[in-house]
Design a protein around this ligand. Structure first.
Ligand code: S3P
Length: 429
């Protein structure tokens, strides 16, 4: 789908309730399927990625019902999942794939996992290698989808230092460790989002954490829950940046998830000079609150080291922020961006350069010199590369660009934010 983007917008005002958090929605559905009893999840993200998880769970014999954005799941436990008649097609979703790889490593049946073109290129050995070490029956090299996990009735405990800062890898190994025959220890190289750990406890499980090390005791009994998924910080971030950059703006983003393993974007943008405030904080199993943002000037910054994992999905937005900031911004230690839904280092640089941004690519990041007024200089056609986060970032870039701009493969935004263009239209003046 090609979309004509709103450009040269005068101001953004109003209130938006962004859709439910993608990471939390995946996990709530999976724990609901593993629990005893009926789980009800409100404000579930009914976007393409989380729908893939729901479809996979249905294929595994789990009853799932939808009513508006409420999902009702009748849990079947680890041991009563059924052999799916067809391969599980996980579309574009890395999270669904990696979490299910861990979960399905000890089942009495074989399962094949497949995905779209982008997902089939993404690295899977980071999950399959440690799972094989535990005894999962996945034929080597197991580096990419499609993959088949053979039936297996035993997983050994794992003591493992996860060599990449990845919540998906950590979560896959937690789902496997829950089914192992002894206690496992997982150590991260940097803190990553802890939604799996929180969800596990919310469903009545136990897990110890000491610094960067998790101790996971085998357990397969979980209690069904009623919960509400907070708004997705990564979706809210799109509007936070938009209101920061478009002159004379003020937006309120209601009940956004404020888990501190996810709020690095707010810290970095505040450090750059953003005018942000948090109100109405609620602390449930995941904290949430309203974000109020007003337009402001920005300065360049350095984003590196352990901070990267906390802002990984927001780095395209922070790169755009940097094009409008005074001075140079350096993003480094972010080679993971090259193995997301597309190579986000290349995509950000190529697309923002079309609008005149001064961006250099590095193997592990970007160097951006600002501020640069944006307008089409080499092309008035932008592309998402089929990557939702690139599409959302470019829609914000357009708001502050002069001229006419179109976006190809614009439907990619549906992966995490189905009504994005309608929400944007409502607050644009
Ligand atoms: C996610 C973890 C991150 C993130 C992705 C969602 C999750 O991926 O980029 O959008 O829900 O666990 P990695 O674990 O590959 O860093």
């Amino acid at each position: 789908m090609e979309k004509t983007l709103r450009t040269n917008v005068a101001k953004l005002t109003g209130t938006i309730a962004v859709p439910g958090d993608k990471s939390i929605s995946h996990r709530a559905a999976i724990f609901g399927a593993l629990a005893t009893g009926t789980t009800k999840i409100d404000h579930f993200l009914l976007a393409d990625d989380c729908q893939q998880t729901l479809t996979a769970l249905k294929q595994l014999g789990v009853p799932v019902q939808l009513s508006g954005d409420q999902v009702t799941i009748k849990g079947r436990g680890f041991k009563n999942l059924q052999h799916p008649n067809q391969p599980l097609n996980l579309g574009n979703s890395g999270t669904a794939t990696r979490l299910l790889l861990g979960l399905l490593s000890k089942q009495s049946f074989a399962v094949e996992l497949a995905g779209d073109q982008s997902l089939s290129k993404r690295p899977m050995a980071r999950v399959t290698a440690p799972l094989r070490q535990m005894g999962a029956n996945i034929a080597e090299p197991a580096a990419h989808l499609p993959l088949t996990i053979q039936a297996n009735n035993r997983l050994q405990a794992l003591d493992y230092r996860i060599p990449v800062a990845s919540a998906q890898v950590k979560s896959a190994l937690i789902f496997a460790a829950l089914q192992a025959d002894q206690v496992s220890h997982l150590t991260e190289i940097a803190p990553t989002r802890d939604h799996t750990e929180r969800m596990l406890r919310q469903f009545g499980g136990v897990l110890d954490k000491d610094g960067l090390t998790l101790t996971i005791t085998p357990q397969t009994q979980f209690k069904s829950q009623q919960l509400r998924v907070p708004g997705d910080l990564s979706s809210a971030a799109v509007f936070v940046l938009a209101a920061t950059l478009v002159p004379n703006s003020q937006l309120r983003l209601q009940q956004v998830g404020l888990n501190n393993t996810r709020t690095g974007f707010l810290d970095v943008l505040s450090r750059m000079g953003a005018n942000l405030r948090v109100e109405n904080v609620h602390s449930a199993f995941e904290a949430s609150g309203d974000l109020i943002v007003n337009t402001s000037d920005l300065n360049g910054t350095i984003i590196e080291g352990q901070e990267i994992a906390n802002v990984i999905d927001e780095l395209p937005l922070l790169a755009l922020a940097a094009t409008q900031a005074h001075g140079t911004t350096v993003i480094k230690d972010a080679a993971e961006l090259r193995v997301k839904e597309t190579d986000r280092i290349a995509a950000v640089a190529t697309e923002l350069s079309k609008l005149g941004a001064q961006i250099e690519t590095k193997p592990d990041g970007l160097v951006i010199h600002g501020p640069t007024p944006l307008k089409p200089v080499t092309s008035d056609q932008l592309t998402t590369y089929g990557d939702h986060r690139i599409g959302l970032m470019l829609a914000v870039a357009a708001l502050i660009s002069n001229g006419t701009l179109t976006l190809t493969q614009a439907e990619a935004v549906n992966v995490s934010y189905p009504h994005f263009f309608a929400d944007l239209q409502r607050v644009c003046h």
